[in-house]
Every structure is written in structure tokens, then in C-alpha cells.
Design a protein around this ligand. Structure first.
Ligand code: AKB
Length: 317
């Protein structure tokens, strides 16, 4: 029997992943935690507790008491926010990961650990089109540096201590349940809220900034598929590239206009433009496809239609 701990369950990925994991493993077997209160469907749909991943003593107590067998550690300071508090962001992102890795090394019951990496591990010297799995990685952001170092650490614990770590380099994630917070790809979520609420969006990236993105349903499915894959098939011990769909703000705005013809967009790039310009425009995920059969179901038109309908429902429109 699996007992699963989700750290960061109130966040953009955690709030949807927790619900899917509860469908698979049973609501009493998926323990949601966060440093902030989660939404009702998380707190009422199964066990939820306020827990700080940096508090290693409470963490180990929790893991032993609930006989945890798998950990999804999703808590992190994202790219935009991390640039505002670089040292603090580094400490939070790295200390939390090291706590989890040490825990998984010490507690025999813990069989698998999932930790998200990001396209932020790449930098301006990386090939930007169809970025390969193995390539130059010279990230310019503190978030990217923490993800790159994290990848090396999870691989180290995997090889040296046989901790079964699994990871995906997420592109920008698009979802309607919980808004993103502090990332560079967040424009692709905010745009839907503003399009529905006011019919206007001021984008903090320029119109032709291409970035890889992924609809949350595909991200959740990929995450669970990777965690359920036979470990002998996984050739990558660091983190898998995931491509999803690549588009620019202008292409997304044009797609939104098909549903809301009066929608208007203007462009006022801020400090996040330099971050986006250092990231890939599209990703080669052939290794993930080969190793564990990664596939996607949502393209730009399908994702846009669902986002608009769901955000409209949220605002009673
Ligand atoms: C961010 O923009 O910081 C994140 C990411 C790509 O990891 N969404």
C-alpha cells in the first residue's frame, strides 16, 4: 500500500496533482501539506496539514507517523520571484530539496521521490530551438541555477544512495484551478483571467517571445506516468525534457480572439523579458517519449478553449 506525501499541495501543480493522486491511491493515502492554507477540495478531500519543508524535525516525524512511501516535493520560489530575493530563494529551493533527499536516504519505507526541474536550467548558450536532453546548461537566473544544482543532487543521491528520484523539466504550466505565482511563463495564465474579466491584457513579455508550455492536465498525467514507470526503463537520473506546445504571446492572443473577438493585448516587457530570452523556444522530448511513453493530448486551440470556458465559469460569466 502506498502512502503519498505532497509538499506544496496548495500551489499550481500540487492543487491538481493531489486530487489525481487521491483518485488513484485513495483519499486517505495522499497527505497534502503546504506552508499556506489550501483550497477546500484539498483540505476536505483528504488529509491536509500545514507543514514547512524546511522544518526537518517535523518533517521526519510526519513521514514516519504516516508511513510515507512516496514524496512529491513541489515547493519552490519560481523564476520571477527568485530574482527579487536571490539568496533567500536559493536557500529555500536548495535546503528543502536536501531535506527531502536526506530523508529518503534515511527512511527505508520511502521508495520514490518526485522533484520538479524546469526549462530554467537552460541559458543563453543553450540551443534554443528543439533543445536536446543533453546540452549546454548555463542558466542566468537564481531559480535556474538552483534547478540545475538540484538536478545534479538528485542524480547523485540516485546513483550513490539508490534513492529512486524522478524529475521533469517542466515548461510553463497553464492551469485554471490555482493561479501561477511568480514565474516568467505566468503571462500565459494571467492572459486568460484578464481576457475574461476585462477583455484586455498588458503582457510583460514582447509579442514574439516563443516559449514551451504545457496544459496542466498533460503535466499531471506525465508526472504520474513517470512515477509509475518501471525504473529499469529510465535512462535519465537527473530530469527529463518535456516539450508540450510552443507559442508566442501574439499566437496565444490570436487564439483567444477566436473566442473573445473584442480581446485586446498590449506589450510592456519588464525584467522577465531577459529571463524568457535566455530560455528555449521549443524542446526535444524524444528521450521521455522513448523511455516512458510520454505523450500529450492538448494543443493550443484545445487548451485555449478549455481555459476560457473554465475561467468564465469561475467568474460566473
Ligand atoms: C517559471 O516561469 O519560473 C516557471 C518555470 C518555467 O519553471 N513556470
Amino acid at each position: 500500500m502506498e502512502n503519498i506525501l505532497v509538499i506544496g499541495a496548495a500551489g499550481q501543480i500540487g492543487s491538481e496533482l493531489t486530487i489525481e493522486l487521491r483518485k488513484i491511491y485513495g483519499e486517505d493515502h495522499v497527505f497534502a501539506t503546504d506552508i499556506k492554507q489550501a483550497s477546500k477540495d484539498i483540505t476536505e478531500g483528504g488529509p491536509f496539514q500545514i507543514l514547512d519543508v524546511l522544518d526537518d524535525k517535523r518533517l521526519i516525524h510526519f513521514v514516519i507517523r504516516h508511513r510515507i512511501t512516496q514524496i512529491y516535493h513541489l515547493a519552490a520560489v519560481l523564476s520571477g520571484n527568485a530574482e527579487r530575493i536571490p539568496v533567500q530563494a536559493w536557500n529555500i529551493n536548495m535546503e528543502s530539496l536536501m531535506n527531502i533527499l536526506d530523508l529518503a536516504k534515511e527512511v527505508e519505507e520511502i521508495k520514490k521521490v518526485f522533484w520538479p526541474s524546469s526549462i530554467a536550467v537552460f541559458g543563453p548558450t543553450t540551443p534554443r530551438i528543439n533543445t536536446p536532453q543533453l546540452t549546454v546548461m548555463e542558466p542566468r537566473t537564481v531559480y535556474g541555477i538552483s534547478k540545475q544544482a538540484g538536478e545534479r543532487w538528485i542524480e547523485y543521491y540516485n546513483r550513490r544512495y539508490k534513492v529512486d528520484t524522478r524529475s521533469i523539466r517542466y515548461p510553463g504550466l497553464i492551469s485554471y484551478k490555482t493561479e501561477a505565482g511568480g514565474g516568467t511563463t505566468d503571462y500565459a495564465v494571467e492572459i486568460f483571467y484578464d481576457a475574461v474579466k476585462s477583455g484586455f491584457y498588458e503582457c510583460f513579455l514582447s509579442e514574439n517571445t516563443g516559449l514551451p508550455m504545457l496544459f496542466m492536465r498533460d503535466a499531471i498525467k506525465s508526472t504520474i506516468d513517470l512515477m509509475e514507470a518501471d525504473s529499469s526503463k529510465l535512462s535519465i537520473k537527473a530530469s527529463y525534457n518535456l516539450g508540450g506546445i510552443s507559442f508566442t504571446p501574439k499566437q496565444l492572443a490570436d487564439e483567444i480572439k477566436k473566442h473573445i473577438p473584442s480581446f485586446q493585448i498590449s506589450y510592456k516587457p519588464d525584467f522577465r523579458q531577459a529571463i524568457a530570452d535566455s530560455w528555449p523556444q521549443s524542446i526535444d522530448d524524444s528521450v521521455a517519449r522513448k523511455d516512458w511513453g510520454c505523450t500529450y493530448s492538448y494543443d493550443l486551440p484545445k487548451m485555449t478553449e478549455i481555459m476560457i470556458n473554465e475561467v468564465k465559469k469561475k467568474f460566473g460569466k
